[in-house]
Write a protein that binds this ligand. Structure first.
Ligand code: GCV
Length: 730
């Protein structure tokens, strides 16, 4: 072979090798799978090079002192997180070295014990993160009174790196403000999730307890990262079978998986379980046989799950059995079950979402009417769980008057993370702003500054228990929540439960950085979209204080015309009160007088047209269509303007998102873009259907420049979505 040809072949081989190496590098540099949202806010993507070098210097080794599964979970998560963020495996060390991260409690770590750290006041779940010098080495320590505090501290340190904050010179202490930070899963035992838009239940009762899907651990990691410490596994419309050994074995398996992550399991208990399972002729809470049954059941559960959290109970509401079936009160029922759990340290979470077929008063008033007379009668280990608003998780409601009205009762907050009334999983609606609004509302229970947040975190009335819960939005979809942006609501629930005074914007920003990236060109537009998104939904669904206009049953899409349902207060027409003359629900003294359930300062504000404000106008007042608002427009014109503005807001979100093309990984980008397109269509549907209907009442022309609905009213009324997901009865 001539020299030249040989040289050519060598060069070809070298080029081939280079190509191969290049390809291999590309393959290695890219994640094995496209990003699909599975990793949530725990993506641990590499931070950029200059920052990475700085972080590496402060994260050279991990010195985890302690042998518990929780310390192991914390150390493992730290190693996993750092490997992703810093692009290299950080080894576990055995002794103090420069750049070590030291984890432990005074009990588990001689080093931490020797430092006499100010851990008082941090409780069992708080933590301290400090940059210190130990034996001449620079060390970052994460210490807590108990291992779970260390776990939370690890997630906080990771968050600092994920959001590119400095981790030198640290002196950070934090502890949760609320004791029970919970997610309530409305999961049926056949895996149908009521009001679930993210697939089937995560709990596969069929393959449990033998098969423990690694996803259960990922779920627990995500929850622990935001401080969730309690999970109710099953729907509040509960099936007594969950209390049988068959299910308890499976509940035990989940509890064992969640325990290292600081999470206790709870069950929704059916009040008449002694009849359904125990063949008793009654479930009367004052009957000794019933009391014995519940005590034995509690003892049995604790044999499976020694740290079982307790029962969540929906009683005498929407057809569920309860103490009133036996002429007893909610307090009688709750206290009897609480008694059974007390010796094991369990609690009863008793829901205040009640409205009874026998009670014909304004739905707004009913929870207060039933619970307020029971003030002071509940045991210490009962928490009454109240929805944020008096109606039912609407896009906007004023706070429930029960917050602030029962100082001698543990009152907990129930938010709905899953968006039953805010467009399911396809509408982008960040709920942080809604929860911030609810928590900052002033009850005036002890004068100005008696915020709902202070009722919930216990700082106003100093009760023994505090709780903030969210109805979960998870399912077995790869992205967990049914959409990328609904993950933000899960994330925010944890952050608000940890600190009800946290800012919705700060939470959105942390989430955006961790979920999408730290580039301000990404963070700013995304946070902007999130912050305006809930108001957009209010505008195109239920502006000016309208509420419960959703179609029947599934609550998907508009149904303001519906007025033929069995119960008065299932009908949207009952809630908007619209007629030829005007619109709105009069809850002042001339109407249902629901405002009297608030403190006088609040009642005065909501009761007066001059002070109620546009957001709650039609929630509390019935006004003529021609009533003039501060904007200078009539109510009718303002409704049209707001409905139209809502659609415009969605269009603006679509434009903002389109501007991020190329900056966001393709699969997640495309999913969000596709869902925003659905949202725009549905916002338009809402606007047009509602305007067509309300115009049939007001008989007024549209304000100049506003397009008429695309179809006539009958067209919207004929839409049938009976197969929409998440129904109560699938
Ligand atoms: C689980 C609303 C929902 C129901 C839910 C109920 C509740 O009415 O539509 O699906 O029941 O609230 O909170 O108990």
């Amino acid at each position: 072979m001539a020299d030249g040809a040989e040289e050519g072949m060598i060069m070809q081989a070298a080029t081939g090798l280079r190509l191969l190496l290049g390809l291999a590098f590309l393959l290695l540099a890219r994640p094995a799978f496209a990003e699909d949202g599975y990793d949530l806010w725990l993506r641990y993507q590499p931070v950029e090079a200059p920052a990475q070098a700085r972080y590496r210097a402060s994260a050279a080794t991990i010195l985890a002192q302690g042998t518990s599964p929780t310390v192991a979970a914390a150390a493992g998560e730290l190693q996993r997180g750092l490997a992703g963020l810093l692009g290299r495996q950080v080894p576990f060390g055995r002794q103090v070295a420069d750049g070590a991260i030291l984890l432990g409690t005074p009990a588990s770590s001689p080093l931490i014990r020797g430092l006499n750290l100010p851990l008082q006041g941090l409780g069992r779940e708080g933590f301290l993160i400090r940059s210190v010098a130990l034996g001449g080495c620079r060390v970052t320590l994460i210490a807590g009174n108990e291992d779970v505090g260390v776990l939370y501290g690890v997630f906080r340190l990771l968050r600092l790196i994920q959001t590119q904050q400095p981790i030198v010179g640290l002196d950070l202490r934090d502890a949760p403000h609320v004791q029970l930070r919970m997610l309530d899963h409305w999961d049926n035992l056949d895996r149908h999730v009521v009001r679930g838009y993210a697939g089937l239940s995560l709990w596969d009762w069929q393959t449990l307890p033998r098969f423990r899907d690694p996803r259960y651990t990922d779920y627990a990691r995500a929850d622990a990262s935001i401080g969730i410490n309690g999970i109710v596994l099953n729907n509040v419309n509960s099936n007594a079978d969950v209390l049988t050994p068959h299910f308890l074995e499976r509940v035990k398996a989940l509890a064992d998986i969640f325990r290292p992550w600081g999470i206790r399991v709870y069950l929704s208990a059916r009040f008449n379980a002694p009849m359904a399972l125990g063949a008793l002729p009654t479930a009367d809470p004052l009957d000794p046989r019933v009391q014995t049954w519940w005590r034995a059941k509690a003892d049995e559960i604790y044999r499976y799950v020694p740290d079982f959290g307790g029962f969540l109970v929906k009683a005498n509401s929407e057809g569920t059995p309860g103490p009133q079936d036996f002429h007893r009160t909610h307090a009688d029922g709750a206290n009897m079950m609480a008694e059974a759990l007390a010796q094991h340290g369990g609690v009863v979470i008793w829901r205040a979402f009640v409205y009874s077929a026998a009670n014909n008063e304004d739905r707004f008033r009913q929870a207060y009417s039933e619970f307020h007379p029971l003030e002071g009668q509940f045991r210490d280990n009962v928490i009454v769980q109240v929805k944020n608003g008096p109606i039912d998780f609407q896009p906007r409601e004023p706070f429930s008057p029960l917050f602030g009205a029962m100082p001698r009762t543990n009152i907990g907050m129930e938010f709905q993370v899953t968006k039953e009334y805010l467009g399911f999983n396809t509408h982008l609606a960040y709920l942080g702003t809604m929860w911030e609004e609810a928590l900052r509302a002033d009850t005036y229970a002890r004068g100005q500054g008696s915020t709902v947040a202070r009722v919930v975190d216990g700082s106003l009335f100093h009760g023994p228990r505090s709780l903030l819960a969210g109805v979960a939005n998870t399912g077995n979809d790869r992205n967990w929540s049914g959409s990328q942006f609904d993950q933000a609501n899960w994330y925010a629930l944890g952050r608000f439960a940890w600190d009800p005074n946290v800012s919705a914007r700060a939470v959105a920003e942390d989430w955006a950085r961790m979920t999408w990236g730290n580039d301000p060109a990404i963070v700013q537009p995304i946070v902007g979209m999130m912050m305006g998104s809930r108001q957009a939904v209010v505008d195109y669904m239920t502006p000016l204080g309208l509420h419960h206009l959703m179609a029947t049953g599934h609550h998907y899409g508009p149904g303001p015309w519906i007025d033929n349902l069995e119960r008065r207060d299932w009908n949207p027409a009952y809630f908007h009160g619209g007629n030829r003359e005007g619109i709105g629900f009069d809850r002042t003294a001339s109407g249902s007088n629901a405002i009297e359930q608030y403190a006088p300062e609040v009642a005065r504000r909501f009761g007066n047209l001059a002070t109620v404000g546009d957001d709650y106008l039609l929630f509390f007042h019935h006004v003529p269509w021609t009533y003039r608002l501060d904007t200078g427009r009539t109510v009718w014109d303002e409704l049209v303007v707001r409905y139209s503005r809502g659609v415009d807001e969605v269009r603006a979100m679509r434009r903002t998102w389109a501007g991020l093309a190329g900056r966001i990984d393709p699969q997640r980008y495309a999913e969000v873009a596709g869902f925003l397109a659905i949202q725009e269509d549905e916002a338009q549907w809402w606007r047009d259907a509602c305007i067509a209907y309300f115009q049939s009442l007001s008989r007024l022309p549209l304000p100049a420049g506003y397009a008429p609905p695309a179809h006539d009213l009958a067209w919207y009324q004929a839409i049938d979505n009976r197969y929409a997901p998440g129904r109560d009865q699938p």
